[in-house]
Write a protein that binds this ligand. Structure first.
Ligand code: NAD
Length: 495
């Protein structure tokens, strides 16, 4: 069985804590690996290494940082197939989806490669007579990233390239459920030539996270995961004086107006609800059908669901793979039952599908006539279960999104430009799609939701990522003739 260790100071470090976690191949149900879970002392070792590395890295030239980032990007491209294969083996996502994840991660490295332009700073010559004022952005120190299981490669790439581009050093604590892809990425960082300690990796669970949150040498925490843990990470980290951005869970709505193209809306709903088995924070989990489109839309979605091929991610015919663990699979199955008990119409019951493989598979489910008081509406299911809520008009649909505690993504499907534009204004969500079901911003914009989907002031990657990983310093400078100097106790005024 494979052993997955920490990477500290460019070396593989085995845990001595005695705590390990199982890593499964979700398509077979077999345990294929054992991941070390760090003790407090092991986290301290990684932080100490990154703290030491910061002494030099914080002063490394922009030119050198840019070159290393380009070299890292090239290595990720060369190893795309290997990274994607690790994603499929431990997460279960199908090959095509895994390659898509790596491609979106590469976008983030490419944005970081251009950081020099974004961080040029500002300069005001002659802000006052003989006085110039300029702003520079400087690194924070040692930053840490805590990432979820569902994008084991892409989410670390939302954080690490921007953090190190800005001159910080970094300790990554990836999800313990699929740790091989992020570990491989950090090996590639080392191969690219980043100095020892600039990026360290510790595997672990709550013990490791808690130590990172309280460690006095960690300046900032970037977190992505479920809402309860995001809230905890934000409140604990900020109470320790750290800068924290913590992205949480989601319940993304897709409004379908009566004038929408039915095929486009149905294709989009099915793709966005069941892609990656619904284990995406931007998955559509609620279709809000407005008016008379509801019946034909549900029929069109059902028709498409029947054709979906569910199987092992390594099989090129598979369109959807298994869930991450047996426990999660059972939780998702439980929600399908709860939805039916609560009065929703169970149009397609994914629990009934029989699979040849032993893995953590479940079929796709569709619940219609869902109402906002049902648990299947209120709670994040994070599986291949799509709910349909029927409303009479646009205002009711918008009100529903506003009342939902989450606010990651929201989409509208319509042919009416005026209503789409109004929705862009009304939607209580951080990312909006207009005829786009999964509006994940490109790498040079930034990613993040509102309300219970994000705790903190900055969203992730892109320009906001660079802001998060730097702090501004404003310099006011003058070179007066010393012979004109005199004592002046008045408050300095600009003139
Ligand atoms: P999770 O919250 O269980 O775990 C995320 C990280 O927190 C992991 O590294 C884990 O080890 C750690 N963790 C878990 N329990 C902890 C605890 N009690 N104390 C301290 N640390 C703990 O999330 P997950 O199941 O890995 O990922 C799925 C969730 O992430 C979903 O809710 C999904 O919506 C969300 N997500 C959000 C975004 C976003 O951008 N908003 C992106 C991806 C995933």
């Amino acid at each position: 069985m494979r052993k997955i260790t920490h990477l500290i100071d460019s070396k593989s470090v085995e845990s001595t804590s005695g705590n390990v976690g199982p890593v499964f191949n979700p398509a077979t149900g077999e345990q294929t690996g054992e991941v070390d879970l760090a003790s407090v002392e092991e986290v301290d070792l990684a932080v100490e290494s990154s703290k030491k590395a910061f002494e030099e890295w914080g002063n490394v030239s922009i030119a050198r940082r840019v070159k290393l980032l380009h070299d890292f990007r090239n290595l990720v491209i060369q190893n795309e197939a290997e990274i994607a294969s690790r994603l499929t083996q431990e997460h279960g996502k199908v090959a095509d989806d895994a390659r898509g994840e790596v491609a979106r991660g590469i976008e983030n490295i490419e944005f970081a490669c251009g950081f020099a332009d974004s961080l040029k700073g500002t300069y005001s010559e002659q802000a006052s007579t003989g006085v110039d004022v300029y702003t520079v952005r400087q690194p924070l120190g040692v930053c840490a990233g805590i990432t979820p299981f569902n994008f084991p490669a892409m989410v670390p790439l939302w954080m690490v390239p921007n953090a190190v581009a800005c001159g910080n050093t970094f300790v990554l604590k990836p999800s313990e459920r699929d740790p091989s892809a992020p570990r491989f990425l950090i090996e590639l960082i080392q191969e690219a030539g980043f100095p020892q300690g600039v990026v360290n990796l510790v595997n672990g669970d709550k013990i490791a996270v808690d130590r990172l949150l309280e460690h006095p040498d960690i300046s900032a925490i970037s977190f992505v995961g479920s809402t309860p843990i995001a809230k905890y990470v934000y409140s604990t980290g900020t109470s320790q004086g750290k800068r924290v951005q913590a992205l949480g869970g989601a319940k993304n709505h897709m409004l379908v107006l009566p004038d929408a193209d039915l095929d486009l809306a149905a294709d989009s709903a099915v793709s966005a609800a069941y892609g990656s088995a619904g284990e995406r924070c931007m998955a559509i989990s609620v279709v809000v059908a407005i008016g008379e489109i509801a019946d034909p839309l549900v029929d069109a979605i059902k028709l498409r669901m029947e054709k979906l091929v569910i199987g092992p991610g390594e099989d090129p015919n598979s369109e959807m793979g298994p869930l991450i663990t047996q426990e999660h699979r059972d939780k998702v199955a439980g929600y399908v039952g709860i939805g039916a008990e609560e009065g929703a119409h169970l149009i397609v019951d994914g629990r009934e599908q029989v699979f040849e493989n032993e893995g953590f598979f479940i079929g796709v489910s569709l619940l219609d006539h869902v109402t906002t008081d049902m648990s299947v509406y209120k709670e994040e299911i994070f599986g291949p279960v799509l709910t349909v809520v029927r409303v009479d008009n646009y205002n009711q649909a918008v009100e529903m999104i506003s009342s939902n505690p989450y606010g990651n993504g929201a989409a509208i499907f319509t042919r009416d430009g005026g209503t789409a534009r109004q929705f862009q204004q009304d939607a209580e969500a951080g990312m909006v799609g207009i005829n786009v079901p999964i509006p994940v911003p490109v790498g040079y914009h930034s990613f993040g939701g509102w309300n219970d989907s994000l705790f903190g002031d900055t969203t992730m990657y892109g320009p906001e990522g660079l802001n998060f990983f730097t702090r501004p310093k404003v310099i006011t400078s003058r070179w007066p003739d010393p012979t004109t100097s005199q004592v002046d106790l008045g408050f300095p005024q600009n003139n």
